[in-house]
Design a protein around this ligand. Sequence first.
Ligand SMILES: *Cc1c(COP(=O)(O)O)cnc(C)c1O
Length: 431
Amino acid sequence: MNFVSTRGNAPAVSLSAALAAGLAPDRGLYVPTELPHFELADFDGASSLSQVAERLLAPFFADDALQSALHGIAARAFAINTPCLPMAGQGDWLLELFRGPTAAFKDYGARFLALCLAAMRRPDDPELTILVATSGDTGAAVAAAFHRLPGFRVAILYPDGRVSPRQAHQLGAFGDNVRAFKVDGSFDDCQALAKRALNDATLKQCVPLSSANSISLGRLLPQMAYYAQAALAHQRAHGRAPGFIVPTGNLGNALAGVLVRAMGLPVGEIVLATNANRTLADFFAGNDYVPRASVATLANAMDVGAPSNFERLQWLLPEAASLRRALRVEWVDDATIRDTIQCAQSRHDVVPCPHTATALCALERLRQAGDTRDFIAVATAHPAKFDSIVEPLIGSPVTPPPALAELLTRPSQALPLANDYDALCAALGYA
Ligand SMILES: *Cc1c(COP(=O)(O)O)cnc(C)c1O
């Protein structure tokens, strides 16, 4: 299969080429030239996440140099326990995507992308530096995915003092081929620095660079797997297609669910849960799409005012009216996030992170409005990653999962970096 740009001004390329490039040359996002269509029977005998992923992704890998590597990549990337558990309410489930090495759903995409890039590498290729700006979870997932992978280095830029203390510890705890830089600036500053470097042909001649941000096809494709697996398991067990409620920022995670539904898998309504960044909520309420600066909230990984994957949604559903009919948005303010975390144990029998809390709140609103359909709320991070918010609200400690606990016992070191392009070039090893 080939891939084209959402902006229509770039040549069609193979999967490998799209993965290597990240962004298309016309600055659009890569999308497949066609979407495969599946029947339920296509997944007969496939029940584990990696089995479902392999069948689902096979058409996208067809005729590519990576085709024969898909089996092994899927087996390794999806070796993450991904339970979908019933919650206290009738028809309510929780899909836990936080059991990977860094306790957030970004592990799925980062691991898959890393394994694809590693499989594409030739022995005499120069070392590639993966440069990522992060507001918290992406950096750790990318670091874990590329840690000690021969031929790769990772440079993480994060805003000093603006990620949770545990997120900061995690980012600096890898060492080896991973360097964490705490930038004297905001997340937007970090992103601007990274973007400038990734577009700097002179720098890239000396220091080969690649990104791993959420617009990469190599992160989007694998995220489809857990929606497909959960939907198939639900359909097989209950005879009904479940809806999904997805905590949403840049729209990468939710878009994967939308694609899975468009490919014929049994998925009902998809609800985007957002925080007080209302770009999507305003659009789906009938207003124009107006990207804007982000505002800081308790659900910091969703602090996005210009969701980058919106372009892919528009590619899939170019008509605003049909796009608005295809999805629904519930936005949740910080006070309600707090209230939802506080009440989640008694209402749902779970402890959510602030992002997951937005999905639980959206679920509560659906139930209050009399909606009795089956819904799977998506848990995007483990609450222990946001202990400083969650613990005071629920009044008890949250135990970190084993992988996070192990990381938190390692020493952590981040290098200070001025918000300055020359300083970044020097830090990347370019004199
Ligand atoms: C990244 C992230 C989100 C938002 O996901 P998008 O794909 O950007 O919409 C939600 N929750 C957590 C915990 C995240 O790390």
